[in-house]
Write a protein that binds this ligand. Structure first.
Ligand code: TMP
Length: 398
């Protein structure tokens, strides 16, 4: 049974940055109700009504995984590790974005699957066999007609975006070689509950996974988890290593350890999520209170990183130009545009935070260390960051 524990109100599609804020574009902006449910049968946490993927993954998709140094390094490291561990002769990536992972593989050794046409173009140009389509049973069959089954299927921050997990996992099973490994990583619900990072809920994060939920879902597609890792990327992610039921892999003891940890955290109980829902409400009032106080004192506040996460916060907390001046971001195709829903102007972060700014809300709080290093001048002259994770607080130079 699906039970609702969180209502994040009316939200826009996070990737739909507005080029103009004239009457027409504001009128045409798409909103949906973002509420989150827990499935008591399989422990899966999901949005109650996912947005149609065709509205989200268009040829205007803005997110570039290779924008952040942290992510470039992380993909290079995992590519090296997986090649060493599984020695795959044929691999595939589901959701290849701008090629940040596959560029660590030889052209003939990996297939890219990416529904956003603008991104698929990039990996095609790089010389990789690219399918500009959504991952489903039909595509899996099409790929298998032309290629061998895969020794390695990798996917980062994509599986959790797909509404129909049964079809997704069935198609993976079909595409894997006998001892092939299916390695996928996505934001971790255990970290969200622990850090109160409710901004991990937005239209693209249709589900947030736990080991408990994934074990249950994979079983239905005759797959099983044989290893698992917790990662710090994206503010807390989980990487699953899965294979066919009968594949050779022995289950690592990390699986049992995490399973026990999740039971202790209560990820199998609706009550845990209900309590989280109350903490989110408190976080909202704390943040709004702080921003109002700073405004009253005449402080200038901006936001750092035009992230999807911050779209959830600004729309849920009703934070717009009344409290925040603008957003800084290093991504060229976001600059000059306006954030979805609240229409804050996005300016380039290139020259750093200017002298007139007193506070910067961390839209990209998961890159705090990278941002602190970049913005050391801001901190040295007394500038401060604001975050809501794990609770609303001010971060200065220490
Ligand atoms: P993400 O959390 O979806 O990866 O988005 C991070 C966003 O933050 C992305 O638009 C780039 C931006 N960003 C900066 O503008 N400056 C930075 O130093 C970092 C790390 C990210």
């Amino acid at each position: 049974m699906k039970k609702t524990f969180l209502d994040l109100l009316k939200q826009p599609i996070t990737n739909s940055y507005l080029t103009d804020i004239n009457k027409k574009s504001i009128k045409e902006e798409y909103f949906y109700n973002l509420s989150v449910v827990f499935d008591t049968d399989n422990y899966l946490v999901s949005l109650s009504k996912p947005v149609d993927p065709k509205k989200q993954y268009t040829d205007k998709y803005a997110h570039r995984a290779s924008q952040s140094l942290t992510m470039r390094k992380s993909f290079k490291k995992i590519a090296k590790k997986l090649k060493l561990k599984f020695k795959p002769s044929s691999s595939m990536e589901i959701g290849s974005n701008d090629g940040v992972f596959i560029k660590n593989f030889k052209k003939k050794e990996i297939i890219a699957v990416e529904p956003c046409a603008n991104l698929a173009k990039i990996t095609k140009k790089m010389g990789y066999q690219t399918y500009a389509k959504f991952w489903d049973a039909k595509l899996a069959n099409k790929i298998l007609k032309k290629n061998n089954s895969s020794d390695l299927i990798f996917s980062a921050n994509t599986i959790s975006h797909i509404p129909n997990l049964k079809e997704t996992f069935d198609a993976v099973n079909k595409s894997l070689s006998e001892n092939g490994a299916f390695v996928f990583e996505d934001p971790y619900i255990g970290s969200v509950i622990k850090m109160n990072s409710y901004d991990q809920f937005y239209d693209e994060h249709v589900h947030l996974f736990s080991l408990l939920a994934i074990s249950s879902l994979l079983k239905k597609s005759k797959l099983r988890v044989f290893d698992v890792e917790l990662l710090s990327t994206h503010g807390g992610s989980i990487r699953f290593y899965a294979c066919k039921e009968k594949a050779k892999y022995v289950i690592n003891k990390r699986v049992k350890t995490l399973n026990q940890k999740e039971l202790k955290q209560g990820l199998q109980n609706f009550y845990t999520y209900q309590k989280f829902g109350l903490r989110v409400k408190n976080s909202k009032s704390e943040l709004v209170k702080l921003l109002k106080k700073l405004k009253k004192r005449g402080k200038k506040v901006i936001s750092y990183g035009a992230t999807y996460k911050s779209a959830t916060i600004f729309n849920y907390c009703n934070i717009g130009n009344n409290l925040i001046d603008c957003v800084l971001d290093s991504t060229k195709n976001k600059q000059g545009k306006f954030t979805p829903g609240k229409h804050l102007k996005i300016n380039p972060s290139g020259d750093g935070i200017t002298k007139d700014i007193d506070y910067a809300f961390l839209g990209a709080w998961n890159f705090l260390e990278e941002i602190k290093r970049k913005e050391i001048k801001f901190l040295k002259r007394g500038g401060k960051f604001i975050t809501h994770v794990p609770k609303v607080k001010i971060i200065g130079l220490q």
